[in-house]
Design a protein around this ligand. Structure first.
Ligand SMILES: *Cc1c(COP(=O)(O)O)cnc(C)c1O
Length: 548
């Protein structure tokens, strides 16, 4: 919308106003705020356009690198944002957008986040955060207790101790994983004799001192890519991230883990940590944590569990047994911005023992003095927002049983959806839901039969064509804008580990009804029929195989 071009002027008075006076009752921003408060979903539905605009087109609105010389009125700029940005953003809270781990938010977080932003506390040090520091320490204590369930005296002794931390609050699972492996690395390469520790002398001298030829982190083939980044920044190298085989259900094979550890030892390569995945990003499966913990204990190796997505399952008394063994982990990553329904930018890493984080302690003269309760002395990040407040609020407002209902409905719905898919002759469930995530694809019955019967060359060719079709359907569905599922590539055992492209669905939004799931399937079937050429090639090859 183009409004009347009155220009704002640069004056100190008007600058003072933007720091102190709210926008008038008729201003665009005030109206938006009111609409947001009345009905969030309606606002988003009205303002996010459903049909996809190509990114190339959108880029044109964001192509001027010059910082404006003339100030804009807030209302005019808000209109601009609505047209260019909001309209072409992703409706993450739509009940039919079931492809991502980024989900709908409970409404109360919007006004609360305003308080957080207005206060603008910096959690790096007590001086700029005051009550936010003990609050964040309590939040870490809550998550720690959820995982490890230590005694009351444990928490009263350690939760607020200046010399200890039960974990670190950070921007997300990536930083949480890096922090866990950083702690593990520094504990392995700790000060010893005349060696002052890797944090002082660096990796090269550490390796010379300990006589290692390399370092390694072991994780299943389904490990998250953030671990590669971690291996890179910690000087382990991406080749030091060792892939352990998975079974038919995408869970790490303990036998292969033992073999891989033995091979590393033979080469004098030191494993600094084994990572168990509790809820893989692609299939939502959980590694055999108990067995892995036992192996790590025998090897005196740090056991980290990446429960960035699946960790919230611990809130459910009914399903927490799926993560059995997590309580033996030396460290655990949990993202609050995934299944704890908190806005983006809320990850946590928890450590079983309150003193292990001391291996990454840093102090500075002007802040983070020794003996202070500053959280910044044991976090990778420096300045951080008061995001923990939103986790704290959600824990109180939703409560553990409330979260349990949310977690249970997600898993139960995924099971229902899996059943629905299994009943369709022209769909195939590729990975069963263990948590609220499943994968599947569209594949007509005859094609499935042909794929089972085909020789290996035909099999590969037919499978590639079906992969093309899956990609087409997923893309078209996204562009049409009614619903959204994501896609990924798996190597399922049922298809001799061929690369199979699948739809991936995450069912966390409580507003996603069974009707919506039925219509997602209908829409996909319908889109498939809109690719007659591709479908024709698939059917030709299918007939050729069946009649050969
Ligand atoms: C999402 C995810 C991560 C990364 O978390 P970010 O918050 O995106 O940094 C790591 N591990 C797993 C298993 C995840 O699902």
């Amino acid at each position: 919308m183009v409004s009347e071009q009155k220009s704002a002027d640069v004056s100190f008075e008007s600058l003072l106003r933007i720091f102190t006076v709210p926008e008038g009752p008729d201003s665009t921003l005030t109206q938006i705020e009111a609409k947001l408060s009345q009905n969030l979903n309606e606002f988003l539905r009205e303002h996010i356009v459903a049909e996809e605009k190509p990114l190339k087109e959108i880029e044109k609105s964001f192509s001027n690198p010059a910082i404006p010389e003339e100030p804009q009125f807030v209302s005019d700029h808000t209109e601009h944002l609505l047209d260019t940005l909001v309209a072409h953003s992703v409706h993450t809270s739509s009940p039919s957008f079931i492809g991502h781990m980024t989900s709908a938010l409970p409404y109360f977080l919007m006004p609360l986040s305003k308080i957080m932003i207005a206060l603008n506390q910096n959690l790096v040090k007590v001086e700029t955060s005051k009550a936010f520091t003990p609050l964040e320490r309590q939040v870490l204590g809550m998550l720690h207790r959820l995982i490890y369930n230590d005694s009351e005296s444990f928490y009263s002794q350690w939760m607020h101790s200046a010399q200890h931390s039960l974990g670190a609050f950070c921007s997300g699972g990536t930083v949480a994983n890096i922090t866990a492996l950083w702690v593990a690395r520094n504990n392995v390469l700790r000060a010893d004799g005349d060696f002052n520790g890797v944090e002082k002398e660096g990796l090269f001298k550490a390796m010379l001192h300990y006589g290692y030829k390399g370092l390694a982190v072991l994780v299943s083939e389904r490990g998250h890519y953030s671990l590669k980044k971690a291996a890179d920044v910690l000087g382990i190298g991406q080749e030091g991230l060792i892939s352990v085989k998975t079974d038919a259900d995408n869970r790490l094979c303990p036998k292969d883990l033992k073999t891989k550890i033995a091979e590393l030892k033979e080469q004098s390569i030191k494993p600094i940590a084994v990572v168990g995945v509790a809820g893989t990003t692609e299939t939502g499966n959980i590694d055999p944590l108990e067995e892995m913990a036992a192996i790590c204990q025998a090897e005196h190796c740090h056991f980290h569990v990446d429960a960035a997505w699946g960790g919230a399952t611990l809130m459910s008394n009914h399903y927490r047994h799926l993560l059995r063994g997590i309580e033996h982990a030396d460290s655990v990553t949990i993202d609050a911005h995934k299944q704890l329904y908190i806005p983006m930018g809320a990850g946590m890493v928890l450590f079983k023992k309150p003193d292990v984080m001391n291996s990454i302690e840093h102090h500075a003269q002007y802040i983070l003095r020794k003996g202070s309760k500053d959280l910044g002395s044991r976090t990778l990040e420096g300045s951080r927002s008061g995001m923990a407040m939103l986790v704290y609020a959600a824990m109180h407002i939703i409560s553990r049983p409330g979260y349990e209902l949310l977690i249970n409905q997600g898993i139960d719905k995924a099971k229902q959806f899996a059943e629905l898919i299994s009943k369709q002759p022209d769909f195939e469930l590729v990975s069963e839901p263990e948590l609220c995530l499943l994968t599947y694809r569209y594949i007509p019955e005859a094609v499935k039969c042909a794929l089972e019967k085909a020789n290996s060359a035909d099999k590969a060719e037919l499978n590639n064509l079906v992969n093309e079709l899956t990609k087409f359907i997923q893309k078209k569905q996204r562009e049409t804008g009614k619903s959204f599922v994501s896609r990924t590539r798996l190597n399922p055992n049922q298809w001799d580990r061929m690369a199979v492209i699948v739809f991936r669905v995450v069912l966390a939004n409580p507003l996603t009804s069974f009707d919506i799931l039925e219509s997602v399937i209908e829409e996909q079937r319908d889109i498939a029929s809109q690719a007659p050429k591709l479908l024709g090639r698939i059917m030709d090859l299918t007939n050729q195989i069946i009649h050969s």
